[in-house]
Ligand binder design. Structure first.
Ligand SMILES: *[C@@H]1O[C@H](CO)[C@@H](O)[C@H](O)[C@H]1NC(C)=O
Length: 231
């Protein structure tokens, strides 16, 4: 019992430390009066905004951040579209999506599932950046606990996003998996050390998306990783 309480407290502390990273995002919504305090829990998210109808809904709704996956369309014209694998097509391209977002005070998070989609997307993003809004760029770049999917090659991904403005948040993760009814190992020291090596030379703020169910058994490793930088 006592151990459960301790690990809950530790997980909470870890999440709070992680929230300092979203400072730029919080400042943006505070300035607009959309949130009341510097509390990341006040920032609400629309997830999987991968169609025109979902975008229309997210833009007119109360949420602050909108998130979606980006891939290259599986047929011609091969351009970045909003879709989640195994889907290979969508009724909305990234270009249309960004144009839709332009007139609203929403932050965006783009989740890259393929390396091929990154460079053409960065070019499109440069247009949106004239309006200073929170932008998060997410990709799994390392193999993590139970991860089966192949991560994006870290150096190739990072060199494609390096030209993005300095307030862009890089959200860098590990592929993960979860097997019910077995012991699921957490993030190992090797995994967090590899991430630290990759992040050391970066200039952008960095955040680490982690599988919440593995937080307690990885507390030492993840908290060490967060302490390696004030970014
Ligand atoms: C969009 O996301 C939903 C929910 O994750 C999914 O069911 C749907 O197949 C996705 N559509 C595309 C085009 O990726």
């Amino acid at each position: 019992m006592k151990r459960i309480i301790v690990s809950n407290w530790r997980s909470t502390a870890l999440v709070l430390t992680g929230c300092l990273i979203v400072f730029v995002t919080l400042e943006y919504f505070l300035r607009l009066g959309r949130i009341r305090g510097r509390d990341a829990a006040e920032v609400r998210w629309s997830h999987a905004v991968n169609s025109s109808s979902r975008l229309a809904e997210a833009l007119t709704g109360p949420n602050h951040m909108i998130e979606a996956d980006v891939i290259i369309r599986g047929r011609d014209p091969r351009e970045p579209i909003m879709a989640h694998p195994p889907d290979t097509d969508s009724d909305i391209t990234l270009k249309e999506w960004l144009e839709g977002v332009k007139d609203y005070n929403k932050g965006i998070k783009l989740d890259f599932k393929s390396l091929e989609a990154v460079s053409p997307s960065v070019i499109l993003l440069e247009e949106v950046y004239r309006l200073n809004r929170p932008v998060w760029i997410n990709a799994d770049i390392l193999s993590g606990p139970g991860g089966q999917a192949r991560p994006l090659e870290p150096q190739a991904f990072l060199s494609s996003v390096t030209t993005l403005p300095p307030h862009t948040v890089l959200s860098l993760g590990w592929t993960t998996g979860w097997t019910a009814g077995t012991e699921n190992k957490g993030y190992s020291w090797d995994m967090v050390c590899a991430m630290e090596d990759i992040c050391k030379p970066l200039k952008h703020p960095v955040t680490f998306p982690v599988r919440a169910a593995l937080l307690a058994q990885s507390f030492s490793q993840l908290s060490w990783l967060l302490q390696q930088s004030d970014r």
